[in-house]
Design a protein around this ligand. Structure first.
Ligand SMILES: Cc1cc2nc3c(=O)[nH]c(=O)nc-3n(C[C@H](O)[C@H](O)[C@H](O)COP(=O)(O)O)c2cc1C
Length: 159
């Protein structure tokens, strides 16, 4: 399958999860691209009229994985801006994950995943799974668990 991993990553954590996913999914025989979202004009924080400089074309992907950090108890504004601006995800099977710094779902992880699911489903995507990595001393193990879960979700034998 052709898989697009579309991420926003400000300090590199979400990118490192994407890299691990790419490594393992490629070893499973998938063709995997990582595309990092950037705001037009080199902005770091989007305003109300911000645009994504390099919005990925998702049409060539059989599956799409969206990944982003939690910022201020919510989904990062860059990913929110991108997903809101995507025209349609009709019939697209997607997986969503977030990385975050604080423990517990109520410190933004549950809300951010809920936002991603809600926007994707409002554009007629099928959200087949989600994952969260808390960036603490156990983050490597959590990344392994998320990668394992997503490999299972993407396994053709499971379809
Ligand atoms: C401005 C800002 C706000 C943040 N807010 C939260 C938060 O509300 N909850 C949380 O768990 N982590 C929060 N974090 C931590 C990040 O979510 C965490 O470090 C994440 O893994 C960063 O991903 P990245 O390196 O891909 O940007 C925040 C970090 C920044 C820079």
């Amino acid at each position: 399958m052709k898989i697009g991993i579309i991420i926003h990553s400000r300090t590199g954590h979400t990118y490192s999860v994407a890299q691990k996913l790419k490594e393992k999914l490629s070893a499973d025989g998938h063709t995997v691209d990582i595309q990092q979202l950037r705001l037009a004009g080199g902005q770091d924080v989007p305003g109300k009229d911000s645009k994504i400089e390099n919005p990925p074309d998702l049409s060539g992907y059989d599956r799409v994985i969206f990944g982003a950090p939690v910022h201020a108890f919510s989904l990062s504004k860059v990913m929110e801006t991108y997903l809101t601006q995507v025209s349609s995800l009709s019939g697209k099977a997607v997986i969503c994950f977030v990385t975050k710094g604080l423990p517990f779902g109520w410190t933004g992880g549950n809300r951010a995943i809920g936002q991603m699911k809600e926007i994707c489903e409002s554009k007629w995507a099928i959200v087949s799974g989600t994952g969260t990595v808390v960036w603490n001393k156990n983050h490597e193990k959590q990344i392994d668990d998320v990668v394992k879960k997503f490999r299972g979700l993407l396994d053709l034998k499971n379809e």
